[in-house]
Design a protein around this ligand. Structure first.
Ligand code: ADP
Ligand code: MG
Length: 301
C-alpha cells in the first residue's frame, strides 16, 4: 500500500497508520509512506535562498518540533512545504508526489504564525471552522450533516465546543488560535503544520494549547510544530529538527537533543562535538540521521 487516503479519522489516529509502527520500526522507515520528503531542498523568495540543503523525511505518526532562532528559516521551511514561497532547489515531495505536481492541499493542515482573526471578521467560531470543510464540498457545496458533525468535533478537540456560536471577536487570542487549529482539523488533513501555535498568547492559553497538542499527538496525529517553547510540546515530541542560518543543524530524538543541550545556558558546550555544526547536511549522500549517529558519542547532561 502506497498511501492512506484521507479519512475522517486520519488525524484522530484511527486511520491505521502512524504510531509506534511508523518511523524507526524494525524495518526502518517505509519510504513509500513519507508524508514529506526533502532532498537537498532549498526554499526562499524569488531568487533569495533562505533555507537550503535540507534533507529530511517525515512519516505518519511523527510529531516533529522545528526549532531555531528568529530568522533561521523555520517559517520559510514550512511555508515551502505548503507551496507558499519559492522552491529553489533540490527535491520536495508530499505524499510521494513532487511538490510541483501536488494538488491535494487539503491533505496538509496549516496554522500560520501569529495568526489570529482580524477584528473585522464577523463570524461565529463554527462558521470559521466550517471553512475547513470547503475543500471537501464541491462547487456550491453546502455543509451537510457529516460536515456539521466534523465541525463540532473539531471544536471539541480544541476545547471550544461551548463557544461554537459565539462571535470570534469576543474570543481571546489563544481561543482564536484554537479556532484556527480547529479549522485546520476540520479539513481532516493527514499532517498538521503549525507555525508557533503557542506564541503570543497568554500563559493560560498556552497551557490549553499544549494540552490540545498533547491530545492530538495521543490520537496519532502527524504534526510539524514550529516552536520556541519546547516545554509546551515536550511530552508529545518524537523528533526535533533544528535550523540555523537556513540549514538543518540537528535532526534527532528529543532525548539526543537534550543530551547535546545538556550544557550551560551560555550555549558553550565544554564537550567536543565535531558535527554540532552546520556541515552535516551539506552533501546529498548524508542521510537525515547520519550526523546523529556520528555525534552520539555520548555526552550526558
Ligand atoms: P523564522 O521563522 O525562523 O523566524 P523566517 O523563515 O521567517 O525565519 O525568515 C528567514 C529569513 O527569510 C529572514 O531573513 C527573513 O527576512 C526572510 N524572509 C522571510 N519572509 C520573507 C519574504 N516574504 N520575502 C523575503 N524574505 C523573507
Ligand atoms: Mg517564523
Amino acid at each position: 500500500m502506497t498511501r492512506t487516503p484521507p479519512t475522517p479519522d486520519a488525524l484522530a489516529g484511527h486511520g491505521g497508520h502512524g504510531g509506534p509502527g511508523g518511523p524507526g520500526g524494525p524495518d526502518g522507515p517505509d519510504r513509500s509512506q513519507a508524508i514529506v520528503s526533502l532532498r537537498s531542498a532549498s526554499f526562499g523568495y524569488s531568487e533569495h535562498v533562505v533555507v537550503s540543503g535540507v534533507t529530511l523525511e517525515v512519516h505518519a505518526g511523527e510529531v516533529v518540533a522545528i526549532l531555531g532562532p528568529n530568522g533561521s528559516g523555520k517559517s520559510t521551511l514550512v511555508k515551502g512545504l505548503l507551496g507558499l514561497n519559492d522552491h529553489l532547489g533540490g527535491e520536495v515531495a508530499l505524499f510521494g508526489t513532487p511538490i510541483d505536481h501536488f494538488r491535494d492541499h487539503a491533505r496538509l493542515g496549516y496554522v500560520p504564525q501569529r495568526h489570529t482573526l482580524s477584528a473585522s471578521v464577523r463570524a461565529t467560531a463554527s462558521e470559521i471552522v466550517a471553512i475547513g470543510r470547503l475543500p471537501h464540498q464541491g462547487w456550491l457545496g453546502r455543509a451537510n450533516q457529516e460536515d456539521r458533525r466534523i465541525i463540532a468535533e473539531s471544536l471539541g478537540v480544541v476545547g471550544l465546543d461551548d463557544r461554537a456560536d459565539v462571535d470570534v471577536n469576543t474570543l481571546s487570542g489563544g481561543q482564536q488560535r484554537r479556532v484556527l487549529i480547529a479549522r485546520a482539523l476540520a479539513a481532516q488533513p493527514e499532517v498538521l503544520i503549525m507555525d508557533e501555535p503557542t506564541a503570543g498568547v497568554d500563559l493560560a492559553s498556552q497551557e490549553v494549547l499544549s494540552q490540545v497538542l498533547g491530545k492530538l499527538a495521543r490520537r496519532g496525529a502527524t504534526m510539524l510544530i514550529v516552536t520556541h517553547e519546547l516545554q509546551a510540546v515536550r511530552d508529545v515530541l518524537t523528533r526535533i529538527v533544528q535550523l540555523n542560518g537556513g540549514r538543518v543543524t540537528f535532526d534527532g530524538s528529543p532525548a539526543r537533543y537534550a543530551q547535546l543541550q545538556g550544557v550551560p545556558a551560555n550555549g558553550h558546550n565544554g564537550h567536543h562535538h565535531d558535527d554540532d555544526d552546520v556541515q552535516v547536511q551539506s552533501t546529498s549522500q548524508a542521510g537525515p540521521f547520519d550526523h546523529l549517529n556520528q555525534s552520539a558519542g555520548g555526552r550526558g547532561a
